[in-house]
Ligand binder design. Structure first.
Ligand code: NAP
Length: 490
């Protein structure tokens, strides 16, 4: 079983494989396991107090670890308290490790110094991240270490440190064989590490970007931005940063050490971003929200709202592509058009400002009337009662609610018989791309704009702000579509 899995991993491209002997159901014969191994190995055997599954005696565990050394395993992982009782022998390299499953303690330097006393070739310190800043603390430790040090954090907060470990001198990092075999919280799969984050290409010169959100695990932004960086062969990596509400300013400050060069920012931070800088692109103050932070002239942070730009450009392009539109259609495509927005959340607010700014006749409706009323008052447009939305005669319908989003695929915020031929229907939802609203709109002869168009558009504009280069839009769209299908299939 171990040999077969090891062979399969080697065939998938793994260059170093960890044998977690405590996960085996029988007492391992390590000498036999190591015969004909297809790649170098790290031999690890964790007891229960280190969250391992070892069920035999401590003496047997030490014996197995000594046998691994005698059998010539490339690396053996020794916890701090046993490292002194297991001697160096032959070419086997000693990883002297310390794990803290609760926190990233204040005395990291002291722990590191203690581990150094046990003749390590590699020091490994793994802690639980309880805040985004913990990533910086462990990576700073590794960056200043004289002996190769693998230092990263567990948990969703700690994911960036796993991916950046190599940038700060770690000889290798840890990933799982498959998603359901995670050995520690927050572990990525081997394929995610290699194919999405391109771990083996990250070096000291790699520039760091990322998305700030909470929750962040399901964000498609790392996929699409890393695909774009790889497509353009840029030495940049884009990470998911889980940042709790109210922790935005201190996180950005702490991440200056990495240093992060640009951020996508999403829920729940879009409004708070405005407090971080006074350098804005476009009508951000009026909209009250931004989704991008990038380095402008003199490396000062600038905020932009690429959701706004992408949504408006998609709309104007679609309207201008109407053969009956006049020659100066680009400028006037929205002017005088009756636009009904469903929803009054962040996306609705941004698009509503754009519609009014482009001369559209705006109507807003929302399930919670008070929220719509606030927007209507700010923009001086028309409030439509939620139950009357079907009776409105609109040229353009924009869904900015989450109705119809995966997994509720059979829901729509606008009944089929309310749709009219020739109407432009824009659904901001991108998962799925073909929502029930989009399907029915197409059947009824409406022109459609999907949330995928908008998502790719906003990411492409961020790419341009981050790199100064035109984005590989087709590659980004293809990556997003594949990821949406894969997420639904899974
Ligand atoms: P938000 O601020 O949370 O607003 C959600 C909106 O949906 C509110 O107006 C809410 O109405 C409404 N809503 C939720 N459940 C509803 C229901 N059962 N019936 C009627 N209305 C309901 O979210 P947001 O950031 O504006 O995002 C809105 C949509 O935009 C999401 O579907 C998201 O997928 C999409 N989006 C797309 C992109 C893209 O690039 N394509 C980017 C960001 C967001 P109440 O006020 O009554 O709660």
């Amino acid at each position: 079983m171990v040999a077969a899995e090891h062979k399969a991993l080697a065939a998938r491209g793994a260059e170093l494989v960890e044998y977690r002997l405590d996960w085996l159901s029988h007492l391992p014969d390590i000498g036999r396991l190591l015969v004909d191994r297809p790649t170098p190995v790290v031999v690890t055997c964790r007891r229960a107090r280190d969250k391992g599954l070892w069920r035999w005696s401590e003496e047997q565990r030490l014996m197995v670890l000594r046998s691994a050394i005698v059998s010539g395993a490339e690396y053996v992982d020794l916890e701090e308290d046993i490292a002194g009782s297991i001697r160096r022998f032959g070419p086997t390299k000693r990883i002297v490790s310390h794990h803290d499953f609760d926190q990233t303690p204040d005395n990291l330097e002291e722990i590191h110094s203690r581990l150094l006393k046990h003749d390590p070739d590699v020091v490994k310190i793994v802690t639980m991240a309880n805040s985004p800043q913990d990533n910086v603390r462990v990576l700073q430790l590794a960056a200043g270490a004289k002996v190769p040090t693998i230092a990263f954090c567990m948990g969703e907060f700690g994911l960036p440190s796993r991916i950046l470990a190599g940038r700060y001198g770690a000889p290798f990092t840890y990933a799982t064989f498959s998603a359901d075999r995670a050995m520690a919280p927050g572990q990525l799969t081997f394929e995610e590490m290699r194919d999405q984050y391109h771990y083996d290409q990250i070096n000291a010169a790699t520039e760091v970007y990322g998305v700030i959100a909470d929750p962040v695990a399901h964000s498609m932004s790392p996929l699409i931005h890393n695909a774009a960086f790889a497509h353009e062969k840029l030495n940049k990596v884009y990470l998911p940063f889980r940042v709790p509400k109210d922790a935005l300013p201190q996180t950005i400050k702490a991440f200056d050490w990495l240093p992060v060069q640009g951020y996508s920012v999403t829920l729940p931070h879009k409004e708070d971003l405005l407090g971080l800088t006074e350098n804005y692109d476009g009508p951000i103050r009026e909209i009250g929200a931004a989704n991008t932070l990038y380095k402008g002239p003199g490396s000062a942070w600038r905020a932009a709202n690429t959701d706004y730009d992408a949504a408006l450009d998609s709309l104007v392009d679609e309207l201008a592509s109407d053969p009956s539109a006049g020659t100066d259609a680009q400028l006037s495509a929205l002017a005088g058009k009756k636009v009904l927005i469903l929803g009054a959340g962040g996306v609705a607010r941004a698009i509503a400002h754009g519609v009014v700014g482009h001369g559209g006749v705006l109507m807003v409706t929302n399930r919670t009337k008070a929220r719509a009323a606030e927007l209507v008052e700010q923009l001086g447009c028309l409030l439509i009662e939620w139950q009357n939305r079907g009776a409105v005669f609109a040229d353009v319908l924009i869904n900015c609610t989450s109705v119809g989003m995966h997994p509720k695929l059979d829901e729509t915020p606008f009944a089929e018989n309310w749709l009219r031929e020739g109407m432009v229907v824009f659904d901001t939802i991108y998962n799925p791309e073909r929502t029930l609203l989009i399907k029915q709109a197409r059947e009824r002869g409406c022109r459609t704009i999907t949330g995928v168009d908008m998502f790719v558009g906003q990411a492409a504009r961020q790419f341009k702000l981050f790199t100064g280069l035109a984005a590989p839009v087709d590659a980004m769209r293809e990556t997003l579509r594949r990821a949406i299908s894969a997420a639904r299939a899974g």
